[in-house]
Design a protein around this ligand. Structure first.
Ligand code: KG4
Ligand code: ZN
Length: 363
């Protein structure tokens, strides 16, 4: 069975072909991705209307490129899967519309997939796939959740963020440091050169008894630190000999390179410590010995190193998606559809009256 997957929930258009042969693990034949980051960058964030229009432009050329790469044609496709939610309504409608139109034209069934289920199951495409049951840490730009996953389709939310998501905390802090959107990966890169103990930042809810997260306060703390450091820089500049002012005006009211990397490292350390601590608590209280990390922030090297080190001490195995499949892509959508069909928890239907779900609880 050949499954075509289409992802268009936010600022990436992804298309993929996954093949399912009986009960064997699904195989990714080919995938294509177009990121809209450059288009949104001048606006400092995703502009929903521009995102929808760009998905329209990209989806069919990406589909053709995917088919060509896999040496298949449209007539080989047996099921068309698409991201039904959560995400931006207009962006989701493009993928859903394209998928249902293709389904109707090819007279094959279609299946709407939950975007987070795609992230959650994406490690099954890695060289070291997990086995059920496991604890999942889902960390993306819009979500931060800890879940107990017993099987495909069986997801129990153990805790989640009560305000900002981890990716949002990375992106918003990066913006405060003057980095371009989406700042998360850039902040992580700068953090490699900084001192994580240089600035004292809060670890919200670190010692709370539940498995919830909170990152909004951290962003405010970063803002306060940035303001303080900038003010101190300005005072220092004003105090120097006027002969030096020509050069020093460069940094007046700005952050120096050292301050930026130190703030980046301190911010990253605070976010990662919260994610690691709560993941370990979830593992300990469930008694499970397997952790799956998925979503864009799962690409963060410091998070991976910390989790690997802590889990190794406790004899817990950690699974990640391939790095390139951490952020949004079509492969995870085709894969989630494949696993749902194999597990018998979803049956694709020749129902082309599509509806999207911009807000949709995974459990
Ligand atoms: O899963 P994803 O692609 O999209 C959503 O479904 O939200 O996640 C995107 C998020 C962004 O906030 C981005 O800054 C963050 O993942 N991200 C990272 C890294 N790579 C992506 N955050 C920290 N370190 C990274 N290396
Ligand atoms: Zn995502």
């Amino acid at each position: 069975m050949l499954i075509l997957g289409i992802e268009s929930s936010c600022d990436e258009t992804g298309v993929a072909l996954v093949e399912v042969l009986g009960d064997a693990p699904p195989v990714l034949l080919a995938d294509e991705l177009h990121s809209q980051i450059k288009m949104h960058q001048p606006f400092g964030g995703v502009v929903p209307e521009l995102a929808s229009r760009d998905h329209i432009r990209r989806v069919l050329p990406l589909l053709q490129a995917t088919l060509d790469k896999a040496c298949r044609t449209l007539s080989d496709v047996d099921v068309v899967a698409f991201t039904q939610g959560p995400g931006l309504a207009g962006a989701l409608l493009v993928g859903a519309g394209a998928a249902c139109a293709l389904g109707a034209a090819l007279e094959v069934p279609v299946l709407g997939v939950h975007h987070l289920e795609g992230h959650l199951l994406s490690p099954f495409l890695s060289a070291d796939p997990p086995q059920f049951p496991f604890i999942a840490l889902l960390v993306s730009g819009g979500h931060t959740q800890l879940m107990q996953v017993d099987a495909v389709g069986s997801y129990k939310i153990l805790g989640e963020t009560i305000d900002d998501a981890a990716g949002e905390a990375f992106d918003k802090s990066a913006k405060l440091l003057g980095l371009d959107y989406p700042g998360g990966p850039l902040l992580a890169k700068l953090a490699e050169h900084g001192d994580p103990a240089a600035y004292k930042l809060p670890r919200p809810l670190l010692h709370s008894k539940n498995l919830d997260f909170s990152f909004a306060g951290l962003k405010t703390a970063v803002l306060t630190q940035v303001k303080k450091v900038k003010e101190a820089n300005a005072i220092e500049v004003n105090a120097v000999d006027s002969r030096l002012r020509g050069n020093d005006q460069e940094i007046e009211g700005r952050l120096t390179e050292t301050q930026i990397v130190n703030l980046a490292a301190s911010t990253q350390a605070a976010i990662v410590e919260c994610l690691v601590k709560k993941s370990l608590t979830a593992l300990a209280s469930s008694g499970l010995r397997r952790l799956v990390v998925a979503g864009g922030v799962g690409a963060n090297q410091h998070l991976r190193e910390s989790l690997n080190a802590e889990c190794a001490k406790r004899g817990i195995r950690v699974h990640y998606p391939e790095l390139r499949l951490c952020t949004d892509n079509g492969a995870m959508i085709a894969l989630a559809a494949a696993l749902r069909i194999q597990a018998g928890v979803a049956v694709p239907a020749k129902d082309y009256s599509f509806a999207v779900k911009p807000r949709w609880d995974l459990s």
